[in-house]
Design a protein around this ligand. Structure first.
Ligand SMILES: Nc1ncnc2c1ncn2[C@@H]1O[C@H](COP(=O)(O)OP(=O)(O)O)[C@@H](O)[C@H]1O
Ligand SMILES: Cc1ncsc1CCOP(=O)(O)O
Ligand SMILES: [Mg+2]
Length: 262
């Protein structure tokens, strides 16, 4: 049994400061998810201050879900700072298929060296120039349909690519894992994908990228399973999920993770 829980333990021992440039929908949910999991969240995006805040952070995550032109300038300034300082950063190409601005921004960002690209299957397919783009922020494609695109994207860019859905797929282009944890209520609560991107950022700090990303997905999925056992619908699930993230121990994660080489 691989010790996926050790990655949770390491993350909690440092409680990394994760700076998230994310959308208005996700800000509060994501900050609470990061706190519950054991990291310190910060949310900011103003270009006038973002370089300073990035330099203070252990990891950075980027999501242009409700971004405008000024916000985009903040995104590029943060990424340039992270690159200069060796701070790992994660790209969430949320709803990348819905506009030319998102496609062009994602293409530029991918060339700037994200450690991880985390998206649903429809988003990863758009990055590969395939698929119809999903339905807004929601996937209409299955994870297995995006696996080849994920491998090709990882090989071309050097990023680890995490495709999430009913069974997640994560690859560095050579090796890959499937993560079969999760619950069907997860995509019915807004911003849980965006928030997962923050958790991936937290796990990356000081840990090998592919294993850290995989452990983050397993941690999230196991917490989802636990929350799904008592929730009566999306509303109570959202609350139970935070409690499950906070209560999950490294040993429980190691025991419950359904991670297999893919
Ligand atoms: N049908 C499903 N069954 C179980 N888990 C799911 C399902 N769909 C998504 N998840 C989980 O929900 C989390 C968010 O993934 P996803 O919904 O793909 O992100 P996004 O919100 O960006 O589309 C991941 O942990 C994923 O494994
Ligand atoms: C609904 C919505 N609209 C713009 S961003 C956003 C949140 C999307 O969150 P997620 O990708 O985690 O479902
Ligand atoms: Mg998303």
């Amino acid at each position: 049994m691989a010790d996926w829980g050790s990655h949770l333990s390491t993350m909690r021992s440092t409680a990394p400061l994760v700076l998230n440039i994310t959308n208005f929908v996700a800000m509060n949910v994501m900050a609470n998810v990061l706190l519950a999991t054991g990291a310190s969240p910060a949310m900011a995006h103003a270009e006038e201050e973002i370089a300073e805040i990035t330099a203070l952070s252990d990891a950075l995550t980027i999501n242009f879900g409700t971004a405008d032109a000024g916000w985009m300038r903040g995104i590029f300034r943060a990424v340039e700072t992270a690159r200069g300082q060796g701070i790992p950063w994660v790209l969430d190409p949320v709803a990348v298929g819905v506009s030319t601005l998102r496609k062009q921004t994602a293409a530029r960002l991918i060339e700037m060296g994200p450690a991880v690209i985390r998206g649903n299957a429809s988003e990863i397919l758009v990055l590969a120039g395939q698929g119809a783009g999903g339905k807004g922020v929601d996937a209409t494609d299955g994870v297995t349909e995006a696996a080849a695109a994920a491998r090709a994207l990882a090989s071309r860019t050097g990023a680890v690519v995490a495709v999430t859905g009913a069974v997640d797929y994560v690859t560095d282009g050579c090796r890959a894992f499937s993560v079969a944890n999760g619950h069907p209520l997860m995509p019915r609560v807004t911003a849980l994908g965006c928030s997962l991107t923050g958790v991936v950022g937290a796990f990356l700090v000081g840990q090998p990228t592919l294993e850290a990303a995989t452990a983050a997905l397993a941690c999230y999925g196991v917490a989802g399973e636990r929350a799904g056992k008592c929730a009566s619908g999306p509303g109570s699930f959202a609350v139970d999920f935070l409690d499950a993230l906070a209560a999950l121990t490294p040993d429980e994660l190691s025991q419950m993770a359904r991670v297999t080489p893919a």
